[in-house]
Write a protein that binds this ligand. Structure first.
Ligand SMILES: [Zn+2]
Length: 366
């Protein structure tokens, strides 16, 4: 398979002097947004029952409208796309592009599908990277499997995602390059976006499908707050009416934009406007990490485990024989650390355990 070189494109520098200016957060803390239209090229994503309506086309169209909305209301924010045409981009590349571009936000746009065709609207879902719920073998789990599925077509995916089993998104969790502060911000962004989508044209009947956590490959490589939205269901005839019309797509983009705007307001209200995520992190006193190994000497950078898991950090505890404590994750609460620890123990690090760190030093857990 020919490898496509991902092209990063800035489009739509809209000069619209009549645009109603939103209330830009002073700063602004968000300078660059990467919008990721899911699928593309050989990967059509979900299809309507007659196979005429393709997820990849809907995603691209809504992504463009969202870009226009942001440019119109916040011309100072740079909007970039992982693809601006119908071509494939590897899942890890999408997040990597955003990280390399030092983007402040990442929004991946998708459309859902269910096992059974339906006439009712089943509602939107917003996902962030995380562990717990993907353990359940229900519809939610299906979404994670489906969205990760495409890596099987990527060149040498087995080498690239070594240790990751596409049938078990839980194994993606150990790839997590995200800092805890970023995961927290992602949840805030996810909540804002989901609330807004719920008020849009694909609000669904019945309960809110909500904001969920899952082991999405595309989100794992994002080093900034990141969400993946499933706008609605392509195999719902009600949803399809919205998804197939330009008006409907524009409306959906507007809802996404409202969620994005709400996130910026929330950020501003919290007084975190001029605080970097690292500074925000440093404000917290004791932190919990999961120790995965220890060593008497500092391990060389060429160490196999360190190369496989570049997110591994270490602290030095000079009084102990095994001075170098190698850790993964970084959490405010012990509960979050415990959950992450369980994931690591059931996978590649059966002896993992929780440690507590303050000012770079080992402190008692309790
Ligand atoms: Zn998708």
């Amino acid at each position: 398979m020919k490898k496509l070189i991902p092209v990063l494109v800035a489009v739509f520098t809209v000069c619209n002097s009549y645009a109603i200016m939103g209330q830009p957060v002073s700063g602004p803390v968000i300078r660059k947004v990467v919008i990721d239209p899911g699928h593309g090229g050989h990967d059509p994503g979900a299809l309507s029952p007659d196979r005429k309506l393709r997820e990849k086309d809907i995603n691209l169209s809504v992504a463009r409208y969202l870009g226009q909305e942001i440019n119109k209301n916040y011309p100072e924010i740079e909007v970039l796309f992982t693809r601006d045409k119908d071509f494939a981009v590897d899942l890890d590349k999408r997040g990597t592009i955003a990280s390399e571009q030092h983007a402040d936000l990442f929004i991946s746009i998708h459309v859902n599908s269910a096992r059974k065709n339906t006439s009712v609207s089943m509602g939107p879902e917003t996902w962030v990277f995380g562990g717990d719920r993907s353990l359940r073998k229900d519809d939610s789990y299906d979404v994670v499997l489906k969205e990760n599925e495409v890596i099987r077509f990527e060149d040498n995916y087995k080498t690239k995602y070594e240790g990751f089993d596409p049938d078990n998104p839980q194994s993606m969790i150990v790839f997590n390059f995200q800092k805890d502060a970023i995961m927290r911000q992602s949840r805030i962004l996810g909540t804002c976006v989901q609330q807004s989508l719920r008020q849009g044209p694909l609000r669904g009947v019945g309960n809110d499908r909500g904001m969920k956590e899952g082991g999405f490959v595309v989100l794992a490589y994002c080093s900034m707050p990141a969400v993946l939205v499933e706008l609605g269901f392509i195999n719902s005839s009600t949803d399809r009416r919205v998804l197939s019309s330009e008006d409907g797509r524009r409306n959906l983009a507007r809802q996404l934009f409202t969620g994005f705007e709400k996130y910026m307001e929330t950020y501003a209200e919290n007084g975190k406007l001029h605080m970097t995520l690292d500074e925000e992190d440093a404000q917290t006193e004791k932190r919990y990490r999961v120790q995965v190994m220890a060593s008497m000497e500092k391990l060389p950078d060429s160490d196999g485990v360190l190369k496989t898991y570049p997110q591994i950090q270490y602290i030095v505890s000079p009084d102990q024989i095994y001075k170098y404590k190698y850790t993964m994750g970084d959490f405010i609460t012990i509960e979050e650390a415990q959950q992450y620890c369980n994931t690591l123990r059931s996978g590649l690090f059966p002896d993992a355990f929780i440690i507590a760190v303050k000012d770079g030093k080992l402190v008692p857990v309790n």
